[in-house]
Write a protein that binds this ligand. Structure first.
Ligand SMILES: [Zn+2]
Length: 424
C-alpha cells in the first residue's frame, strides 16, 4: 500500500469520526435542553416551540450522520475502489475526441454523485421538512428544480471543465496560474449575472411594492451611503416557510432580496434592522474580504493541483489507473476536503466575528433591540435551536449562538428585562 493511501485514509477517518462525534454531542446537548427554554427567550418562545426546535435539530442531525456515512462510502468507492477509473472507461467508450472524453469523464462523475444524492434529498424535502410543517414544495416543483439545476450545472460546469482541461493540456508548466485566472473571471461573471439571468429561473422576483417599507429602506440606504439596483421580494413560500433576506450580485448590479415569508412575519422596523445587518457586510468590507480569502484559497488549490498532477503516486495511491488530466482534476476535487476540513473552525470563527460586527453596525444605524426581536422571531419561525452544543457551534456555525447575539444586542439589561424587551 502506498504511503499516501495511508495518509489519505487516516485524514478521511479522522474527519469522519470528528463529524460524527460532533453531531452526537449536538444531538445530546439539544435533547438535554429540550424542556428548558433559556430565560432570555422565555417571553416569546413557548416550551412547545422550543421542543419543536429541538426535535427538528435532532432530526436534521440524524439525517446528516446518515449522509456522512453514505457520502464517505461513495468517496472511498470512487477513489480507492476504482470508481473514477470505471466512469473514465465509460466516458472513453463513447468515442468522443480526447478533450471531450475528459469533459464527459468529469461531468459523468458529478452526474453520478447528484443521482446518488437524490433519494436523501427527496426524503429531506418530502418527509422531514413536511413532518415539521416547513415544506411547501410540490413534486412538480421539485422535479423542475432538479432538471433546471442539472441543465445549468451541465452548461456552466461543462464550460468550466472544458476550459480548465484545455488550459491544463496546452498552457505549459504554469497552466495552474492561467486556470486560476479563468476560474476567477468565470466566478465573478456568474456572480454578476446571477440575479438577472439565473435566479429568475427558479423564483419570481417582484419589486417591493409596500410604499411605507420602501421609504424606510430608502432612508436607511441613504443614511449609510449605499447604492443598490433594487429591492425585491422573492416567492420563497413556493418551496418552504423558512424565511431569509440577502444581497446578491456585484457592483452596481447589487440587489436586495427579501423572502416573502420573512416580510409576512416581521414588522417594518424589524425588516429595516435586518437589512441594516446585511448592509453591514458590504460597508464593513466583509464581502470583499471573503472574496479575497476565497481567491487566495483557490490559488493555493490550483498551485497544489499543478504539482500533484505531475506525480505518479498521486494517481496510483488514490486508485486511478489512467494518468489523465480529468482524473487529476477529479481526484483533487474529491480528496481535498479530507484535508481542508482543518480550516473550517477558523473560517467559521472568522464568519462569526463578521456577524457580531454586522449586528453592532445594525444597532448603530438602525435599532438593536428591533434586530433582537427580529432574530428571535426568525429563530422561532425556522425552529432553530437556541441551545447548540458549544463545541459543535464553535466548529461549524457561521453565525454566533442565539444567546450570544441577543446578549450583545440588548446589553444594558439583565435576563429578566431582556425577556421583557423581547416580549414587547
Ligand atoms: Zn450576517
Amino acid at each position: 500500500m502506498h504511503v499516501f493511501t495511508i495518509i489519505f485514509l487516516t485524514a478521511f477517518a479522522l474527519h469522519l469520526s470528528i463529524q460524527i462525534w460532533l453531531a452526537t454531542r449536538q444531538i445530546k446537548h439539544v435533547r438535554d435542553n429540550r424542556h428548558s427554554v433559556p430565560a432570555e427567550f422565555s417571553a416569546v418562545i413557548t416550551p412547545r416551540d422550543h421542543a419543536k426546535a429541538a426535535d427538528y435539530t435532532v432530526a436534521k442531525q440524524r439525517l446528516g450522520v446518515l449522509e456522512l456515512v453514505f457520502d464517505g462510502a461513495v468517496l472511498l468507492w470512487l477513489t480507492l475502489g476504482g470508481g473514477i477509473a470505471t466512469i473514465g472507461n465509460l466516458a472513453a467508450s463513447m468515442g468522443l475526441p480526447p478533450h471531450w472524453t475528459g469533459v464527459a469523464h468529469v461531468l459523468g462523475v458529478f452526474a453520478f454523485l447528484s443521482l446518488l444524492a437524490l433519494p436523501l434529498g427527496a426524503y429531506r424535502t418530502f418527509v422531514m421538512e413536511r413532518r415539521f410543517g416547513f415544506n411547501r414544495t410540490t413534486v412538480g416543483v421539485f422535479v423542475a428544480d432538479l432538471l433546471k439545476g442539472w441543465l445549468l450545472g451541465a452548461l456552466l460546469g461543462g464550460f468550466m471543465v472544458a476550459a480548465v482541461l484545455w488550459v491544463m493540456r496546452s498552457a505549459g508548466q504554469y497552466w495552474w496560474l492561467v486556470a486560476w485566472t479563468v476560474w476567477m473571471g468565470f466566478s465573478l461573471l456568474v456572480t454578476w449575472a446571477w440575479p438577472r439571468l439565473i435566479a429568475p429561473l427558479f423564483n419570481k422576483f417582484s419589486p417591493l411594492d409596500d410604499p411605507a417599507l420602501r421609504e424606510r429602506i430608502d432612508a436607511l440606504l441613504e443614511r449609510c451611503g449605499f447604492h443598490a439596483s433594487g429591492v425585491f421580494v422573492m416567492d420563497g413560500s413556493r418551496r418552504s416557510s423558512h424565511g431569509n433576506a440577502y444581497f446578491t450580485g456585484l457592483g452596481r448590479e447589487k440587489r436586495i432580496v427579501f423572502f416573502d415569508t420573512l416580510l409576512s412575519s416581521l414588522t417594518p422596523v424589524q425588516v429595516e434592522s435586518v437589512l441594516a445587518h446585511e448592509l453591514a457586510h458590504f460597508k464593513l468590507k466583509h464581502v470583499p474580504k471573503r472574496l479575497i480569502g476565497g481567491a487566495a484559497m483557490s490559488l493555493a488549490g490550483f498551485a497544489l493541483l499543478g504539482r500533484l498532477s505531475r506525480q505518479d503516486w498521486f494517481y496510483t495511491a488514490l486508485g486511478a489507473n489512467s494518468h489523465t488530466d480529468a482524473s487529476a482534476l477529479l481526484l483533487f476535487i474529491l480528496v481535498v476536503p479530507a484535508f481542508a476540513w482543518v480550516l473550517s473552525p477558523f473560517l467559521a470563527a472568522w464568519s462569526r466575528r463578521h456577524e457580531f460586527e454586522a449586528d453592532a453596525f445594525a444597532a448603530r444605524h438602525s435599532d438593536g433591540s428591533e434586530l433582537a426581536h427580529a432574530l428571535v422571531s426568525m429563530y422561532k419561525d425556522n425552529a432553530s435551536t437556541l441551545t447548540p452544543d458549544p463545541l459543535y457551534s464553535a466548529f461549524y456555525d457561521s453565525h454566533p449562538p442565539p444567546s450570544a447575539r441577543i446578549e450583545r444586542l440588548l446589553p444594558a439589561s439583565g435576563p429578566t428585562s431582556r425577556a421583557a424587551v423581547a416580549a414587547a
